[in-house]
Design a binder for this molecule. Structure first.
Ligand code: IMP
Ligand code: MG
Length: 179
């Protein structure tokens, strides 16, 4: 892990913690008395999910999905492939998809469509970071942490070529991958 590649820290631990607590409070309030299942999008969302779920003060369930994308995703849409699907039945349950970062929106769009077909009682999404200026597909986000500029970020679960996920803060890299 090359820390010299870090340009600036965008959100430190304390700032992230406050935002996660704020989101968790809203979510806990909105789903009280409901059968809530969090679907965490591997691998990036693990840190966010772990912090978020520990702030929900009643029983919930947790599952994971892993999506990989192919293609460049500028004009033509990328192909999203599910390499590991959830294991639980979500029919009639309240589903909240959890991701660390949304960029073009294609991954979240694909997952929302996929799980809508399984007839959940409700289906929403929470993301910690939103690169809104990069959006190609309009995706409804019920909960959103921070809007960020078009920079390549790492840390708090988010990687660059599988590195940096363990950083406790979120930082922008000096060079985006491939530059
Ligand atoms: P989308 O389908 O374009 O919205 O892409 C979402 C996925 O792209 C995220 O779940 C991340 O895996 C990855 N991604 C997007 N922006 C970044 C970034 O700045 N750093 C690391 N991964 C990113
Ligand atoms: Mg990645």
């Amino acid at each position: 892990m090359e820390l010299l590649e870090i340009e600036e820290i965008l959100f430190d631990q304390e700032t992230i913690e406050k935002k996660v607590a704020e989101l968790a409070t809203r979510i806990a309030h909105d789903y009280v008395g409901k059968d809530l299942i969090l679907i965490s999008i591997l691998k990036g969302a693990i840190t966010f999910t772990a912090d978020l779920m520990r702030r929900i003060p009643y029983p919930i369930t947790l599952d994971f999905v892993r999506a990989s994308s192919y293609g460049m995703g500028s004009e033509r849409l990328r192909e999203i492939r599910i390499t590991k699907d959830i294991e639980m039945d979500i029919k009639g349950r309240h589903v909240l998809l959890v991701d660390c970062i949304i960029d073009s929106g294609e991954t979240m769009d694909c997952l929302l469509k996929r799980y809508e077909e399984r007839n959940p009682a409700s289906l929403n999404a929470v993301v910690l970071l939103d690169k809104r200026s990069r959006r190609i597909v309009d995706v409804p986000l019920a909960y959103r942490g921070f809007e960020i500029p078009d920079k390549f970020v790492v840390g708090y679960g988010i990687d660059c070529a599988e590195q940096y996920r363990n950083l406790p803060y979120i930082a922008a890299l000096r060079h985006a991958p491939g530059q």
